[in-house]
Design a protein around this ligand. Sequence first.
Ligand code: GLN
Length: 277
Amino acid sequence: MSETVQGFIRETSDLFKRDQYLSTLDLELMACNLLNIERSKLFSSSVCLDSKQQTEFLSMIKRRNSGEPLAYILGTKGFWNLDLVVNRNVLVPRPETEILVEDILFNFNKAHLNVLDLGTGSGAIGLSLKEERKSWEVYCSDLSKTALKVAKKNSIKYGLDTKFICCDWLNAFKPESFDLIISNPPYIEKGNTSLESEGLRFEPYEALVSGTTGKEHLFYIASSASRYLKKGGYLYLEHSPLQAKDLTLFLKKKKFKNISEIFDLNGDKRAIKAQNF
Ligand code: GLN
């Protein structure tokens, strides 16, 4: 039997008692996704769910109710100027990461730059930069083939001419290739309790966790990046606020100059940039 979508949303939200994960907004966005309609159309009385759609909607609700990120259920996530395709092979792009994109666009206006998004995942950083600066040569790398598949899909979605490389951090590249190397590497330590909570347990473990300190990958990139940066080029790294001090000292030790922190919208130190000399 078919039922109006608003009736179904009302009943299901009563049924699931809107616990910690499932909000009315989630329900509405899932319904729009399922019916392929704009949110403004959702409450016109003619919008109905047939029984197959009701079953599918219920399964989406159950997934959300178990804590799965909405982005995986909808299959997309907005990041900067793009609506990126995502699935469980990639990290859900975070608003915090947009501050790296913002800082780069604010500070770099040259027409020709060689840019590497190291550990690109869905392609969030590299593709949003390419969309804004079409004349830049943008490379997106990842160790995960399934992640690169998602990033490629996103480049096709937006018609972006970007290079994709499957490799372990920097080992595939020629020395002194890049003006900018940007990375949001895994930076959570093994065993951190947050990995069990929130949506994190649905995201790829390798994209989140970096050894027993959380700093292994950050330090590895900071150690090897200067070889691959041109003289005067910049390294951008996202990190957790608690890692800011150690990372600054480490970059100094590695002879980077002009090291400065970038703050996220919470006012936390979330990324660092440093110049290669
Ligand atoms: N660069 C991607 C992002 O910021 C993926 C990051 C990751 O998987 N650690 O979303």
